[in-house]
Design a protein around this ligand. Sequence first.
Ligand code: SIN
Length: 336
Amino acid sequence: MENQNKKKIRLVATGGTIASQARSRVSTEGYQASVISVEDLIAELPELNDIVEMSAEQIFLKPSSAITDEDLFHLSARVNELLASDECDGIVITHGTDTMEETAFFLNLTVNSPKPVVITGAMRPAHVISTDGLLNLYNAVCCAASDASYGMGVVISMNDLILSARDAVKFSSFKTDAFQAPLYGVLGTVRNANVTYCYKPLMRHTTTSEFAGAQYGKMPRVDVLYMLQGIDDMLFKAACAAGCKGIVSAGSGNGGVIGAIGKAYKEEFEAGKDELPVLVRSTRVCTGGVSDAYRMGNPKIIPSHDLNPHKAAILLRFALAKTNDPAEIKRIFEQY
Ligand code: SIN
């Protein structure tokens, strides 16, 4: 009876620094990565049982840099399966912070439920002094149990902030306030178990995503090319030779494609090569995105708008799994 009104929250653990063991109480680097099981993790937080009915599972235990497409589709299918049940009111996913943005955005496109999905992690390993993992986990559970999180899409909860999966960027490689949403800002906060939202994402996600529930066996190859002064066309040609269907340029400024690559792409377009990959212009600049300029009469050149190169690569792979029509791909980049 005690649990009658408590939300049923499922923790799905994947690994990362939040599941890592420090070498000593004062050592924040060189730790044993992704070794703490989900049972041991929640055993450290008995306070969770005061606020929710908590259950947990270990879907995998690996650093986030080792996560594959297969892992992501497996995770997405499991999240959808859990959320379809009345036995689950919301999900918390623990995850390494290095590629957290990518998993979050992937799930934002593929989760098929308005129920809360909250991703969290840690910048400092467990048992080091001032570790952030347990409070991040507690806050993420508060966030997943909040009615206000319903319909928000997948969110990241780190360092007392709530960020949309679409906008969140890892902004620091070592600070505990590692995640920010530089262009549009955070959605809300979690303070002392109080969840407050100020904004709601309007771009398509979860239940309004045409990719919700998608399970693609093999995703089309997309390569990201980082634009540098003086870069030649070697990587562009290698990507084409590897059969890539799309290229995202991490361009300079407003999505500038550096001379040699722009020239090689133009030549291939003018030669009428059917297999010419779509070129999505993103930017290596950390905020501001790119405008819909510089299409040079080529419908295959598409702006990423404000998606950074790694999120643009995810969206482009989903788009190409569905269509080769550049107008459709452009539409997808306008809506997500
Ligand atoms: C990882 O991404 O798995 C390691 C780094 C982290 O969790 O902060």
